[in-house]
Every structure is written in C-alpha cells, then in structure tokens.
Design a protein around this ligand. Sequence first.
Ligand code: F6R
Length: 605
Amino acid sequence: MCGIVGYSGDKKALGILLSGLQSLEYRGYDSAGISLKNNNDIKTIKTKGKVTDLITLIAESNINTSATVGIGHTRWATHGSPSSVNAHPHYTEHVSLVHNGIIENYRSLEKFLKAKNINKTTGTDTEIIALLVDFYLKEHKDFKNAFFEAIGMLKGSFAIAAISKGFDYMMLAKNESPLVIGLSKNETYVASDVSALIEYTHDFIFLEDGDVALINKDNITIWDKDKKEVKRNTTKIEWSKEKAQKGGYKHFMLKEIAEEDEAVRNTIQSRIDEDGNVFLNDEITIDKKFLKNLDRITIVACGTSFYAGLTAKPIIEKYTDIKVDVEIGSEFRYYDYPYSKNNLFIAISQSGETADTKEPLKMAKSKGIKTLSIVNVKESAIARLSDSCIYTLAGPEISVASTKAFTSQLAVLYMIAFYIAQIKNYEAAKKLSKKLLEIPSLIKNTFSQTQETIKQLADQYYNYQNFLYLGRGICYPLALEGALKLKEISYIHAEGYPAGEMKHGPIALIDENTPTLVVAHPKEPFYSKSLSNCEEIKSRHGKIILVSSKKADIADCTIEVPDIDYDFSPFVYIIPLQLLAYYVALFRGNDIDQPRNLAKSVTVE
Ligand code: F6R
C-alpha cells in the first residue's frame, strides 16, 4: 500500500513527482523519496516522514533540479521499519527503483546474491530487486535485458519503476499490484494509481499482471507475461482527484472492503512459504521455548479489533491447546486479572493508539508479562510499547468503520496459531497455513459474488429500525461484528447474539418489524440448530436474511458465499456483513466514511 510516481518528458520532473506523491500520501506516509536522472547521473534523496519532510530535505540539498526524468515513492512500511535507509528509491551504483508490494521469495533471492558476494544493506525486500538488476546489468550490459532477467526471478506482488545510468528509458513491471501509465504529448507518466496523475492527464494505460514495459517521453513498449509485445487499450478517466483517491468508489469504506483480498495477501504473503512454513521469528522475538510452554494467551482489544480476537479464539485454542481469554480493553484496565505462569498478552489495534488497549498493555508489562501486539499503523504507541509486534499489512484504513483491518488481524491471529502449532510440532500446522494462502482469492470472489444481491437487499431493508444478528460457534463473533458495523454507519439499532441465546430473551423482540440476519456455515456442527432458530423466527413473522454457502428455503433471502472450510469461514462470511452495513447506510443517505459521534482513533478514555 505504498505510492509510486514516475515521469519522463520535457518538463522538470521534480515538481510532478512531489505533487504526485502528495496525492498518494493517503496510501502510505511513513517515508518518502525521489531519484532524479540527469544525463548519466542519478541522484536520490529520501527520508523517514511525510512528503513535506522530503521537500524540506530537497530544499536544503544541492540536487540538480533540472532533471526531466525521475521516480518517487511514498511508503507504508512492510519489510523493515520506517527509516531513511529503508525508504525508496533503492539504488545501486547503476540502478534506482521504487517498488510496491511484497517479494515472497526474497529470502532465497538474498541467498542467491550472498553466494555471489552481494549483500543487502537495508531491511527491505525491495533492495533485492535493485541488486538483482544491477547484477544482470553487469552481465548483459543492457538495462532492458537485465530488468527482464531480474523480474523473471521474483515471486509475489510487485509494481516497479526503475531507471538506470546510461539508458534513456524507464522500465516498469506489474504483478498483483496496480501500475498505470499516463499519456500526454511528449511526456509519459507512471503511477500506482491515477490520483497521482489526474491533474496532468486523463488518458491511462492500465498494465496487466505479468506485464513489463519500457517507457520514455515518446515511446511505450509493453510485453505480456510470455514476453510477447502487446498493445494495451487506453482508458479515459475524468475523475476528480478526490474520486481518484477513492479508486473510483463512492466511499473509502467500499474501497477498503474491495481491498480486503489484497490486505490479507500482503499480510500473509511473505510470512508463509509454499510449503506452509510460517516465518514469524523476526517479529516474535519472544523465546520459542516460552511460546512452546505457554499455558494461556490473553487478548485485549476494543471494538472491531476485540471481535477479531474473539473470532480467532477457538482457532488458537484448537490448534495450540492453549487457553485463550479475550478481554475488552476498557474493562480490563480496571480488573485485577489473574495471569497464569506462562502467560502471553496480545494487544490488537488497527490504529495502535487506542487508550483502552494501550493501558492494559502497560499494566501487563509492569507485571512482567510478555507482550505481543498486532497493529496496522507503523511505529504507533502500542507497537512501540510491546515486546514484539506483528504488523498487519493492510495499508492505511481511512474509513472510520473498520473493515480490512479486521480480516488482516484475523490473518495474523491465524498465523500466530499455526506458528505456535509449528513450534509444538503439531502435524497439521503446515497444511493449515497453506490453506491460509487460498484465502485472498476466496475473499475476492465473495465480494464480486455478493455485492449486487446485497445492494438489492439493502434497498428493501434500509427503513427498518431494529435488526438482530445471530450466529453460533465461529459465526457468533461475526454476528457481533456485523451488528456493530450496521449500527456505526446506518444508526440502526442492531444486536448481535449467540443463536442459542435467542430463546433466553431476544426472541421477545421478533416480529415483522425486526429482521434477523443469521450467519450459518452448512458444515458447522450445529447447522440444524441454526435452522431451528430460523423456524422460531419465521413462526413469529420475522424476516430472515441468511449468510451461508447453502441456500435455505426458510430464509427470505440467502446471501450465498463461496464454499470454504468451517475453520476459515470468518474471512469470507464477514464480507457480506460489511457490505450490507455499507449499502443500508448508503440508502439512508448517511456520511459513511465519517459517521456521527465517531473518530478513527480513540486516544482518550
Ligand atoms: C469499528 C471501529 C472501532 C475500532 C475500535 C478499536 O468499526 O472502528 O470499534 O475497532 O475503536 O480501534 P483500534 O483497532 O484502532 O484499536
């Protein structure tokens, strides 16, 4: 979730790069940098911080600003903490490049380079690409061929723009990370999304996965994944800058739901290899022996992050045999919690600044308890305070209602479960983590498969004043999270309940004016019981929306999701609940990205 911008033309590149980077800062803002190419020389300036910090640094430098070719980057750190060394562009003696995405096989490429006495000096995976291109440049003496050779070795997601001394063109590559070329007379632009370029051009070529391109100010050549030269269509885009930042979506919330496959992919990609090994060693610095002998895990969080913890609890317990408590931060801070002998404390927070989560973390530390955090915002207070931190790589979440953070947090929690299971030599651990690799495409299918149905459904239901959400087992916390999403942005009263509890009270609410959303996996051990709940609702004239991979006649409507193993179903089943909240709020005309009375980061008690 970083931003790329590049330029080759007759104008001075610097101003274009900086304004493009500022437009892209909503994608990442922990460090920024540029490389400018003047004849046979490339100069790079980069820094930790925002683009304004970069502008100050450039003003203080004596860099030649007359360059008409350059690349720039704004970063949301994935590999390596935010620092000027880890900021992009990454460069060698001959090459400079910027990269979005994650190189999955960077460990084996690092070994390949090490064997040739080439060592990296930064904490990033990106530097590996620069070193590879440089290595092959020495061999081929030709930038294009060297670039092709290096790109052919990469596995993972990438959008890359590279320049080299002595060559008057820029090379681009795209796989699973967006990259667009902007067209104009005697100038060619490149960016990770159109918002960076919309003030300069409305004509774009969207590169496809596997594409490699060579561009300069008046030439664009594109090769597809088979290295066959291809023509790609030009698309006219007349969006405003604001609309472009939302990727053409009406709201950040919908854009962020649509991004969940990418967020989860980024979060797991470089941490699980093809054989199912989970690599959390660098991030969980806590002694492995301690992890092996854990007798309890205490998870503390608030809101959606709390529900992510609650959803993962049965998975962690099932695959690690460790008891898990999931606690609400605001309650936990006033509770004298009886820690066990080998207790791990996990704080979950998208913002990393939530006071009600931070305080329990401090309290746990003061008692000598080992602490781990799962955080999205780099270098935030919770990330810095905890002994170890695993970042969700979801990119900035701008909508107040949290969506992609939830599924990314789940991905980390599942990885922690499988990592500990691996340490404990649990046989199925590798098979399970391999299954996690299939999740991003299932999330993507769920979004496209359910969006239209949900839109129509929301049109029918947006005037109701009360909703009940029910689920059992792993679907119960999803009911809670679905109800939270609905109340936050639609302002409709919604209650989440374990389905079995309905008869102990909430059933009194059921009538024709209180619809019930039931989340039920057809292979859950109690599916028939969930259907019995539906019968009870029906006989009281209540309307039923069922979220399941199997249609049931009893429901007024089934939102059908792709088939998925029960244990992994939360990743898929949550998407329709988020979408339903979104479309109901949309029909009610609410301010979706900034709902009333709410803030993105709650730093006060
Ligand atoms: C729900 C929502 C809030 C947050 C909660 C915790 O959509 O946004 O409930 O989940 O305030 O925030 P973080 O995860 O930043 O600690």
